[in-house]
Structures are given as C-alpha cells and as structure tokens.
Ligand binder design. Sequence first.
Ligand SMILES: Cc1ncc(COP(=O)(O)O)c(C=O)c1O
Length: 418
Amino acid sequence: MMVPQAPSESALPRTGTCETEVFRRLQDLQSSDADWRAGRSALHVYWAGEDVQRISAQAYTMFQQSNALAPRAFPGLQQMEQEIIAMSLPLWQAPVGAGAAVTSGGTESIILAMQAIRHRAREQRPALARPVVLAGRSAHPAWEKAAGLLGMHIHRVPLGSDFCMDPGAVAGAVTGDVAGIVGSAPSLPFGTVDPIPALGALAQKYDLWLHVDACLGGYLAPFVRAQGHAVPEYDLSVPGVRSLSADLHKYGYAPKGNALIAYRDAEDLARNRFYFDNWPKGGYETRTLAGTRSGGALAAAWAVMTNLGEKGYKERAGQIMQTRARIEAGLRDIGGFELMGKQPLGVLSFMSPGRDAFISEDRLGRLGWYTSRTAHPVGLQMTLTPIHARSTDRFLEDLERVVHAQADSSKEVAISTY
Ligand SMILES: Cc1ncc(COP(=O)(O)O)c(C=O)c1O
C-alpha cells in the first residue's frame, strides 16, 4: 500500500491540466486506498458487483448535473425519489400512512430524527430546555453529533452481557427530561440487534419516541429473513416504533450519498420541513437538511434498486450469510475466539480473550488487510459484503498465522503478496 504524498501544489493550476494528466494523478491518489476489490477492507465499501457498478455509474453520469432540490425543473428526479420510497417502505412493514425522505446518509437521517423528536417534545413539554434521548453504549456517534447541533443530550445506557440494550436499564434511566429512545438494528460495533419490541413497550408506557437506527440493517435484514434466517423484530411493524433510518449506500449498494429516514406516520415528516420566504426570492422549501441535492446519487440509487430487485438483494444476502458461516467456522477451527453477542446480519465482531495484543498490534494490517477494531472490549469487527466471499479463505489463513506468530512472538510474520 502506498502512503499518500503531501499535496505538491496548493494553488489552482494557472492554465488547467489535461485530461490524461488528471487521470494519471487520480490513479496515483487511488493507489493508496484499501484494497476493497480484493475483499481486504473490513468495512466502508458495499459492493454488489461489476455489472451493478456499471449501471450505477451510468445513471450517476446521466443525472450528475441535475438538482433534486428543484422538482419543477427535474420532475424525473422527484418521481425516482418517490419510487425509491415506495420500494423501501414495504421492506420495513410500514403501515398505510407512513412516509419517508431520501437523505445523504445515516448521519443526516439521524439529525432529522432528532429534530423530529425535539419538535414533538417541545409541543408536549414547552418548558423542556434540553430534551434527552436514551441510547445504548453501542449507538453510532452521529447521535451525539445531532444532539450537539440541536441542543439535546444523548444519555448512553450500559449494555447487557448480550451486547444489546438492556430494557431494565433503559426503564431506570427514564426521567422527566427524556423525550425518546434509540435502538440499533444492528449496532456498528457488535452487529447485535437491540430488543426493539421491549423498547417499543417502554416508549408506549412512557409516551416516548422510539427510533430504530437500521442504517446498517434496513436493506439487509428483509433479505436475510427471506433466505430463511431468523432476524429479531426491529421494524415499523413493532408497536411503539415511530421512525427508522436505513442507508441505501450501505446494503442498498447505491453510491455514497443515499439513505432514507422513514416515519410510521407521514405527518411526522412535516417536523423536518423548512420553509422561508422573507427574502427577495420568495418561498424556499426543503424536507431534509440539504439544499442542493445530487441528482446523480439519487438516480444511481434508483437504478441499482430497480436493477437488483428482490432477487438481486436476496442473492447477495445469501452470499453474505454463507461468508459469515465460513468465517465463524474458521474462527472455531483456529480456536480461542468468541463472538460478541448474537449477530444475525452483516456485522461480524469477535474477540480473543487473552490475545488482545495481536489485535491491538494490527498484525493483520501488516499483511495487507484493512482491519477494523472495537476498543471496549478489544476485538476485530467486519462488515461483510458479497465481495468478502473472495477473500475469506485467505483471511482465515492469515488470521491463523498471526495468532500463532503472536503465541511465539520471536517469529516475525512475512508480508504476503496478493
Ligand atoms: C448504525 C449506524 N448508524 C449511523 C451510521 C452513520 O451513517 P453515515 O456514515 O452514512 O452518516 C452508521 C455508519 O456506519 C451506522 O453503522
């Protein structure tokens, strides 16, 4: 892997740069990236295959100058957005009357959910200065980012020994300042699905908003289930769940810049509406955070969903579950590993009590793997995608080598070529 070089020039090129040179430099800049095409990156890239990439890229190019901010100018984009929503809501068993909007990613969806929670809290309790939302220790940091922006607070509740939120601990944390609860389906660090039905019951009991962060699971869980695997209840069919976020740019296989925020009741979407007309240009309206929105990203997401269909998503979910089973079997063969809780979807997180050092030293990284770790407890974490089928055998071989090399720390591990 090459180390990126410091920028050689900081000023705008005086006369521009020819296409050949632009692409030569882009290739250079890309050469230091994690080798995800070989399945060597533990996370960040969700790849559905060469043919889907081609369709996505062509759709992106067709609409890259279009702006989804302006439905009058680009009615086709508005139709695609509506169709993406119509294709998505049934995946989460949304009831009649549900509504959704396309956002730029999980973080934007989370900020919008928090805005909606705050909006409702202020309606119900105008004196509530700083609404609190209860989350598990494993919730994504985007929740704190949103809270900081919106003058709210996230209270993180300890997890149970199953690496999931503990409904008893959540109930114990409910105070007069609490406006909502968030559960993950699944969480990024551990891949576990929080007990959404129990959280839903608490939300109903205390009249709180329950959001399900299905950024990782929303476009995978329905197809894992369709493949015959058990997935805990997590979606809009669960009583008490009021909103759900799911990222198209993860297991929806759309290019980056695509996600959904969905509400059980379309009227809650209005809590994210922004309208202003006290300036010279008259009315300006948005339903999400962004102003200008990439037509390219939206069109590519629509093209990928339309092209893959249920069959395409289901096949890929099957590949992911097969890879997961192969890695889990490999971990058992090597020995000394423990999964961090029950992980029904794409995230695989495991620890090796007593062998933390080999994980912390990142010996796998030295063998050309882009690894991802958990800090508490120390472990390795992977977000499995169809591409990992290519690298599973090699991964397990290298994992075994580093584990044995660590046991005999005098032995250095040779850097492999691949
Ligand atoms: C569970 C969960 N929520 C939220 C996010 C944030 O999503 P994004 O990076 O698209 O903003 C992620 C990202 O990995 C996630 O795994």
